[in-house]
Design a protein around this ligand. Sequence first.
Ligand SMILES: NC(=O)c1ccc[n+]([C@@H]2O[C@H](COP(=O)([O-])OP(=O)(O)OC[C@H]3O[C@@H](n4cnc5c(N)ncnc54)[C@H](OP(=O)(O)O)[C@@H]3O)[C@@H](O)[C@H]2O)c1
Length: 257
Amino acid sequence: MKSLNPKVQSWHNKSVWLVGASSGIGLALAIELSRLGAKVAVSARSKSALDQLVLDHPCIFACVLDVQDAQSVAQASEAVKAHQGLDWVIFLAGHYLAQDAKAFSYAEMHKHQDINYMGACRVIESTLPTLVSQKSGHLSLVSSVAGFVGLPKSLAYGPTKAAMINLAECLYLDLSPSGVGVSVVNPGFVKTPLTAQNTFEMPYLLTPQEAAQHMIQGWEKGEFEIHFPKAFTRMLKVLRILPYAWYFAIIKKWVIR
Ligand SMILES: NC(=O)c1ccc[n+]([C@@H]2O[C@H](COP(=O)([O-])OP(=O)(O)OC[C@H]3O[C@@H](n4cnc5c(N)ncnc54)[C@H](OP(=O)(O)O)[C@@H]3O)[C@@H](O)[C@H]2O)c1
């Protein structure tokens, strides 16, 4: 089958900007892409974590930013373009706090939306004109299986991830004819600071390094949607097409004990 995006033959000298790479999946990805020869730029809020990454990997360029602040995103984007140009943008910045509707918090709903979804929009606004004018490059949004369907504890997080999947679909339709690739990444559970708060047993848990490998393989194959681990994500994909009566009954039995 024809791939939906241009396949990556080599990462050598590709300028990749990872937003949300001070820890977890983004950090593992930055190290691996740098090892594969990409020119890697990383951003996040934590200056000390980024400084440590640059100390360990001096060829990586770091630039602090807060995706909740449009001006800080614009400044970081200009700094990356000036330093190494821009071919690939990977948005990983994410906030997750388990929420229950019985303790509904508008503040948390807004914070999730402002980092996970509007943060992505701010990064897209600051980078897309460059990719479009170059008629090449790639924009990848890291969403989640929590965006497939409503899940327990996902009240604030899930809707932002569902929105990111829809956003990526719309971006793909508009941009692929102009030579700019778009992908969406839907990981299952990965052991990172983000999931450290989970008190339940996380099925099919991956390391950040394993997640990074899945993502790199997906981009190299030119996939639009990169989801993993397949044993888990395929099960969720089947669940989401069931009638709601069946879906809710299964989730209540399996997850809400
Ligand atoms: N771990 C999982 O099981 C899993 C599953 C599916 C999807 N994901 C998604 O994967 C992505 C990476 O998460 P992770 O698991 O690797 O967790 P993580 O280690 O907590 O990474 C989250 C990253 O986002 C950055 N970030 C958060 N708020 C930010 C802000 N306002 N501005 C700039 N950067 C910000 C954090 O850096 P600073 O705090 O330094 O700013 C950090 O680098 C997230 O989008 C997450 O939703 C994770």
